[in-house]
Design a protein around this ligand. Structure first.
Ligand SMILES: [Zn+2]
Length: 267
């Protein structure tokens, strides 16, 4: 069975009073489009499961199509616009939050994270400072991975078992570090579907973009052979650019293109 793990970033009304760079980002979905996508899943017999359930999926017998919904970064619009829609459709989503951003401008607060957790959402790590882990030394990787885990565990009084890699950046050292730091699974930015042979520490995901209409969303959720093939080609060409120009320059290009605004790091 091919299980899509969907990734979102911002969910905002199209007339939201936010910076244009956020509103126009290719990763910002309107709240009405997000509602349509959740409605599509409920009308087409999808059952949303969390990552813990994905890990034990062999034990789960269901006639429904399974799907996992995740959000990266921890933006406050996730709480304001996506969370009420998720609750109304009874969808348990996973939010990977940058722990140094919690409570800063534009990001979710500690209380908001707790409220979502109490409503069945999973709060997990997206590292502490959102730096691509491949750019860091071994000790810095260790710190990013364990400090964010400890902070969330203390503040949310739960075990943090999952993370998603900032900018999808990881290598062998990163994988060894997350495994030895007791993470059960990690989300990547590699395009693909979770299948029985998928490694839990390299979960492929499907990034939803502003320009995906509901029929494209449906095809991505369904994971037909053609969709899978097209997505793999795009992924491979991105990987080729990254390897050719080097990750640091790729990262600079990425930042310029998406005009990522970094907020000051707080603990
Ligand atoms: Zn991120």
């Amino acid at each position: 069975m091919r299980i899509p793990i969907i990734t979102y970033h911002h969910v905002l009304p199209s007339d939201a009073k936010v910076d244009d760079s956020i509103l126009n980002s290719p990763f910002t979905i309107s709240d009405s489009e997000f509602y349509k996508q959740m409605l599509f899943l409920s009308q087409n017999d999808y059952e949303a499961i969390n990552l813990e359930q994905l890990m034990h999926r062999k034990e789960k017998q269901t006639y429904k199509r399974l799907i996992v919904i995740t959000f990266d970064d921890g933006w406050v619009d996730n709480f304001e616009y996506a969370f009420p829609i998720l609750k109304s459709f009874n969808v348990p989503a996973t939010f990977f939050v940058i722990t140094s951003y919690i409570g800063s401008a534009g990001c979710m607060s500690q209380d908001q994270l707790l409220e979502m957790q109490q409503s069945g959402m999973q709060i997990e790590s997206h590292a502490h400072t959102h730096t691509p882990l491949e750019l860091l030394s071994n000790s810095e990787i260790q710190w990013e991975v364990t400090h964010s885990k400890k902070l969330l565990e203390k503040n949310l009084e739960k075990q943090v078992k999952f993370m998603s890699f900032p900018h999808g950046s990881y290598n062998k050292t990163v994988l060894q570090t997350v495994k030895s730091s007791n993470y059960s699974g990690c989300g990547t930015s590699n395009f693909g579907y979770a299948v029985s042979s998928t490694k839990m520490h390299e979960l492929p995901r499907i990034l939803i973009r502003k320009n995906h209409d509901i029929s494209q969303f449906g095809k991505l959720a369904e994971g037909g052979t053609l969709t899978f093939f097209k997505g793999s080609i795009i992924q491979k060409s991105k990987g080729l650019i990254k390897n050719t120009i080097g990750i640091e320059r790729y990262q600079n290009l990425y930042n310029i293109r998406n005009r990522i605004k970094r907020t000051s790091a707080i603990d």
